[in-house]
Design a protein around this ligand. Structure first.
Ligand SMILES: [Zn+2]
Length: 356
């Protein structure tokens, strides 16, 4: 059975209770519209300021039921294996005891499994296909889809899409509160859940990688999602107002700049995750730039990676999105297989990332 919001929370506190020396309980500061707070579990035996961090997000989209369960399961597997001094295996994807120890003792994994608890509760109790959070509908908007914001369009990255993107770019976001899928919200970072993710990127001292786990795909995405990548024209980037109104078109000779070395590392890590996933039971999660799916604005992965370009105090965070499995709510037996795929992929990232 899929975990409900209360069970996710108790799973986090139980893991902290069982492994106090290898975990830390953190509480993101912004309660949701319905007053919920959810915890974030740091897995790592060393102090946070001595270790690089990986931020793992789940449950941003309410109806995607598998990712929160996957993150809880991964944290539990990792902590148990570390405690017993054993390795971990998912199908043919295996990790040695030494690799498990290096992850738990050499990194901090910030596991934030349920970013959008109001949405998950609503999806599980009332409206299975609900995607957004539960911001109350604005005055004068009474339809059943007029509540809520798509949190993955609410981040501070090219959020003002009508100005920033070409009208024919097909950027997938919306300014209409009643859009059931991709309403970007009344303001940039207007949502408490978005601000909790921003907090989770800023507050721990050394986050260097972030994976936002969604469904479904299967696919593994790296930056950018706003336009095609290019490595040759540094001035063609999200900060350049000269690209406003023309951004996001395919094959128009204008792309979003990514330094060649960053692209190489991001592709390498995405492919490493893809390899580990495939070894579980043969399912292919293609590794590709997020723009290949469709152009996006205000998404978490691009926001995470964009921060160091605009804020000299921010660390560089390579952002990824895993779209796991092929359904939002598969029968739980299939969900367990997808959970193993996600676990293998994320563990492969944790093993490989410190070497990049
Ligand atoms: Zn999603």
């Amino acid at each position: 059975m899929y975990l409900n919001v209360a069970e996710i929370e108790s799973a986090i506190t139980s893991l902290h209770g069982a492994y106090p020396g290898a975990t830390e309980l953190l509480t993101p500061p912004h309660p949701t519209h319905e007053g919920r707070t959810t915890s974030l579990l740091r897995v790592g035996t060393r102090p946070a300021d001595e270790t690089d961090g990986i931020l793992l997000l789940g449950g941003v989209h309410a109806r995607e039921w598998v990712p929160p369960d996957a993150l809880i399961s991964l944290a539990a597997d990792l902590l148990e294996a570390h405690d017993r001094g054993t390795g971990l295996g998912y199908g043919s994807s295996s990790f040695t005891a030494a690799e498990v120890a290096r992850v738990v003792e050499g990194l901090s994994l910030y596991v934030f499994p349920c970013v959008n608890p109001d949405g998950r509760a609503f999806s599980q109790a009332a409206s299975p296909m609900w995607r957004k959070n539960r911001r109350p509908a604005p005055a004068g908007h009474t339809g059943p889809t007029c509540a809520g914001v798509d949190l993955n369009r609410n981040f501070d990255f090219l959020w003002e899409f009508t100005k920033k993107f070409a009208p024919d770019s097909k950027v997938r976001t919306s300014a209409d509160p009643c859009d059931p899928e991709t309403y970007r919200g009344p303001g940039v970072e207007s949502e408490p859940e978005t601000r909790n993710v921003v907090w989770a990127l800023k507050h721990p001292p050394r986050i260097r990688w972030m994976v936002d786990v969604h469904s479904s795909g299967p696919v593994i995405l790296h930056s950018w999602g706003s336009d095609q990548n290019q490595t040759t024209t540094p001035g063609d980037n999200f900060r350049n107002p000269a690209l406003d109104g023309v951004r996001g078109r395919k094959d128009d000779g204008i792309g979003e700049f990514i330094p060649e070395q960053d692209l190489k590392i991001a592709v390498g890590l995405a492919e490493r995750m893809s390899d580990a996933v495939r070894a579980v039971r043969g399912v292919e999660y293609a590794a590709e730039a997020a723009y290949g799916l469709y152009p996006t604005s205000g998404a978490s992965d691009d926001y995470a990676y964009s921060r160091h370009f605009t804020d000299p105090a921010a660390t560089k965070v390579l952002g990824f999105t895993i779209e796991c499995g092929t359904a939002f709510q598969p029968p739980f037996g299939e969900a367990e297989e997808v959970i193993r795929e996600v676990s293998a992929g994320l563990l492969a990232l944790a093993v490989e990332a410190p070497h990049t």
